[in-house]
Design a protein around this ligand. Structure first.
Ligand code: CIZ
Length: 340
């Protein structure tokens, strides 16, 4: 897989150089002004990072923001492939990520060589690829989708065209069911959504009989079959705010509950459970959790880890991303801006 993260400068500061009395939020705010930076955060980030960001959203809306910003520096608080997308869309900007090790199990499950072989085996198929993948995989795809636009995009493709969908098999199966399309699925899955337990969910519903279940389509079908609503993070957020119920069970990465509590403070949100005996916070994404205020501060100060996508790869990966943005024109912008 192409390494798209530049090495840190030799004189880069480290956590050991941070004065323990430093007010990190103030220091980040000062750097934001000095560097004309925009901080973008995904819904799966820690609440304190979401609150610090200029904009919080899902990958579609974060991509739209990254493509449209006039900032000189984009600080992408999410996982590495999201920073990569920002760099592909805005090559003239400095794009930094707090931790270059913030990967993604879906990205890891889909490597360029086997994916190229998968494509070669199905030459008449359109390759529709979930945004949770590397720049190499995007470059080998026809169109990129996120969970909030996958159904719209698949429906826009010529009806007679069979589809290859990678890398999330659960999202692919869900979209195939919704659209009735002939879809061949790559066998990947998200390490978090894969582990929600049907058995424990059923027990939890018995204890909270009035709670509605909102689930992300990266969950297995055994979990989705118990859901009152299935949708992207943005969809789930809208659903719990607009639906007249007081209690919801949330089957996705639980840091999104931060935005739910802000938007609907009187409602109760219960994270969906993993298997019996598993820890309370095991649904926290370990990759998203790598980002901290210290690392955001250092990334801005050091201007790294910075993304750099080789131009030939960037132009190939840009095409299916631009196609995604065009085909999602009917998908309304969501997310929320924090006044700074
Ligand atoms: O597209 C995203 O941001 C992810 C990872 C999930 C979602 O449904 O928004």
């Amino acid at each position: 897989m192409t390494d798209t993260v530049l090495p840190l400068p030799a004189n880069a500061k480290t956590e050991a150089d941070i004065d323990p009395t430093l007010d990190l939020v103030e220091a980040i705010n000062a750097l934001r002004k000095e560097k004309n930076a925009i901080i973008l955060a995904h819904y799966y980030q820690e609440g304190e990072i979401q609150d610090l960001a200029d904009f919080v959203g899902d990958s579609l809306d974060l991509s739209r923001k990254a493509a449209a910003t006039d900032a000189d520096m984009i600080v992408f608080c999410g996982v590495r492939f999201m920073g990569e997308v920002a760099k592909i869309l805005s090559p003239g900007k400095i794009v930094v990520i707090p931790d270059s090790e913030a990967g993604c199990s879906l990205e890891e499950s889909c490597r360029p060589e086997p994916f190229a072989a998968f494509r070669a085996k199905h030459p008449d198929h359109v390759a529709v690829t979930y945004i949770n993948c590397s720049a190499d995989i995007k470059a080998l795809s026809d169109v990129i989708v996120t969970s909030s636009n996958a159904e719209v995009i698949v429906n826009s493709l010529p009806q007679d065209k069979p589809i290859l969908f990678a890398p999330d098999r659960h999202l692919g199966a869900y979209i195939a069911k919704k659209t009735g399309r002939d879809m061949t699925l790559w066998p990947g899955s998200c390490i978090i959504h894969e582990q929600f337990s049907e058995k424990e969910l059923v027990k939890l519903k018995t204890r909270h009989p009035k709670a509605l279940v909102a689930a992300h389509p990266e969950c297995p079908e055994t979990v989705l079959r118990h859901a009152d609503y299935i949708g992207s993070t943005k969809g789930i957020l809208d659903y719990v705010v607009k639906t007249e119920a007081d209690e919801f069970i949330i089957a996705t990465e639980p840091h999104i509950i931060h935005q739910m509590t802000k938007a609907a403070p009187t409602k109760t949100f219960i994270p969906a459970p993993f298997a019996e005996g598993e820890c309370a916070s095991c649904a926290d994404c370990p990759f998203m959790a790598k980002n901290t205020l210290e690392k955001i501060y250092l990334a801005m100060l050091n201007e790294g880890p910075a993304l750099a996508v080789p131009e030939e790869l960037r132009t190939r990966a840009l095409k299916p991303l631009e196609r995604m943005l065009e085909l999602s024109a009917s998908v309304p912008m969501g997310g929320s801006s924090n006044a700074k």
